[in-house]
Ligand binder design. Structure first.
Ligand code: ZN
Length: 489
């Protein structure tokens, strides 16, 4: 195991510029203080997440991101209260993996979501990860490592992520992305023990059942993964199987437990089916996926599953066959099958073909029926800004920010609209809030410093910006001191 870890380190380090290497080489000097405190765990977790959120592979799409969050929170609601909230997110990665980051963040690769055959399987993997966090397995694993070994692994992961974001050598980006996506997971450097796995299965199954999912989902997924791995059906062995050692005994244990539980047939939520279709449509070649969805629909002439029609329309849009995409989409937009995701896609297809008015109309009509659907708000604001209708965009965004101030995308769009109208102080303030919400305090402070230097607003607005700057500066200082103590920066 150690060799693999060192190889992973060496491979990662090779991708870094020499200067970065010097900063991130493991510091083995201090072995006095082994265990990490809660606060230290959170500091590392937040620092890694700051890079993860700006990573191109981080899924910001509200339809997928919100779905993943909703399942995570439903499971969490069925667990014994966690000591802190857990953030759930998706990573656009074809490989099969799910991981719990130190500090309480759970990431799911889109490749794993695609491999699940029903929602209970997807929720089962998530419940297992939640259990690892609730049972504090990571802290127990870290116990054998020195604080600075952990911190330098974290620093390494951060450096890799940071280098991806700013890299202009497109030839290396794909390669860095491949290594980075697994290396970002500090946990990926540490494998759970069999004891941990058994406990995560047991606690995870209870959470899964209490949350109202079919507990069999967890077993069928792990069984299928093990079988596929044995038959070498994966392109390469999923890192998930390395970090979560899967044994015959584990599966037998799970089967035994499930037999004592009440099996229930819970139909998959439509949101699960939609998210899967959307992920598939965005994976690999657009034409291949259009063919896949067509095949799915070919033998379903009586009732065409809406998610497959939606997936087909999405794949066709990616292949720039807009008219064809519209034709397919039209068959599911009316009647009982209507869904805001379909309206959002319909509006995008209007915009794709330069029909701005129709796009705006479609968004507005859909928002009347589904005022809380984030994808529609983001889409409408974008089209309005692109069309130069900044006053309308700003009115929409202001109203929405009052309702959901935690939506970073709204602040980003607001910054764009302010920039286009030459309101610089307001632009920097909005951008600062977006950075703040994405966990980047330093960038938020930098924006507020710019805001207080431009003199294009009244005294009142300036003093709000100054007060916010003071507040964020002191938060930043606390964060920096905590990171410095762990040698993360
Ligand atoms: Zn596990």
């Amino acid at each position: 195991m150690m060799i693999r870890r060192l190889v992973a380190l060496a491979v990662c380090a090779a991708l870094l510029p020499a200067q970065a290497q010097a900063q991130v080489l493991p510091d083995l000097g201090d072995v006095s203080d082994a265990a990490l405190s809660d606060k230290q765990e959170r500091t590392i977790g937040n620092r890694v997440m700051r890079e993860v959120r700006t990573d191109p592979a981080f899924v910001d799409d509200p339809e997928i991101a919100d779905y993943v969050k909703s399942v995570g929170n439903r499971l969490l609601g069925a667990a014994d209260p966690p000591r802190r909230p857990i953030e759930f997110f998706a990573v656009e990665e074809e490989s099969v993996n799910a991981f719990a980051l130190i500090g309480g963040h759970i990431g799911m690769h889109t490749g794993l979501i695609l491999l699940t055959r029903n929602e209970a399987e997807f929720a089962g993997v998530m419940a297992h990860e939640i259990a690892h966090i609730l049972q504090r397995h990571q802290s127990r694993l870290y116990h054998g490592q020195t604080k600075y070994q952990i911190a330098s692994l974290a620093a390494l992961a951060i450096a890799i992520l940071a280098s991806r974001g700013s890299s202009s050598q497109s030839g290396q980006v794909a390669e860095a992305a491949m290594v980075g996506a697994s290396a970002i997971m500090i946990q990926g450097q540490l494998d759970y023990t069999r004891e941990h796995e058994r406990e995560a299965d047991r606690v995870g199954l209870t959470i899964l059942e209490r949350a109202g999912y079919d507990p069999r989902g967890m077993v069928t997924f792990f069984e299928r993964m093990q079988r596929a791995n044995r038959l070498n059906e994966f392109k390469s062995a999923p890192s998930y199987l390395r970090t979560h050692p899967l044994t015959v005994e584990r599966i037998a244990d799970m089967q035994g437990r499930v037999e004592t539980m009440t099996p229930r047939l819970v139909p998959d939520s439509f949101e699960y089916r939609l998210a899967r279709a959307k992920i598939r449509a965005a994976t690999g070649s657009a034409n291949d996926q259009a063919t896949y969805f067509r095949q799915q629909l070919a033998d379903r002439t009586v009732v065409r599953p809406r998610e497959d029609v939606y997936g087909l329309a999405l794949a066709l849009r990616r292949a720039r066959s807009f008219a064809e995409a519209e034709k397919e989409l039209a068959t599911i937009r009316s009647g009982d099958g209507a869904h805001p995701a379909f309206e959002s896609l319909a509006a995008q297809l209007h915009a794709d073909q330069g029909r701005t008015e129709a796009a705006i109309e479609t968004y507005r009509a859909a928002l009347k029926a589904h005022p809380r659907y984030r994808g529609l708000v983001h889409g409408l604001a974008t089209v309005l800004i692109d069309a130069g209708r900044h006053a309308e965009a700003l009115a929409l965004l202001e109203a929405r920010i009052r309702e959901t101030p935690e939506d970073a995308r709204l602040h980003e769009l607001q910054a764009r609209a302010y920039a286009a109208t030459g309101k610089n102080l307001a632009q920097h303030r909005a951008q600062a809030e977006a950075y703040y919400l994405r966990g980047n305090l330093a960038a938020a402070v930098a924006q507020l410093e710019l805001a207080t230097k431009v003199r294009d607003a009244d005294y009142y607005e300036l003093s709000i910006a100054e007060a916010r700057l003071r507040d964020l500066r002191s938060q930043l200082q606390i964060e920096r001191e905590a990171e410095k103590a762990l040698k993360l920066n």
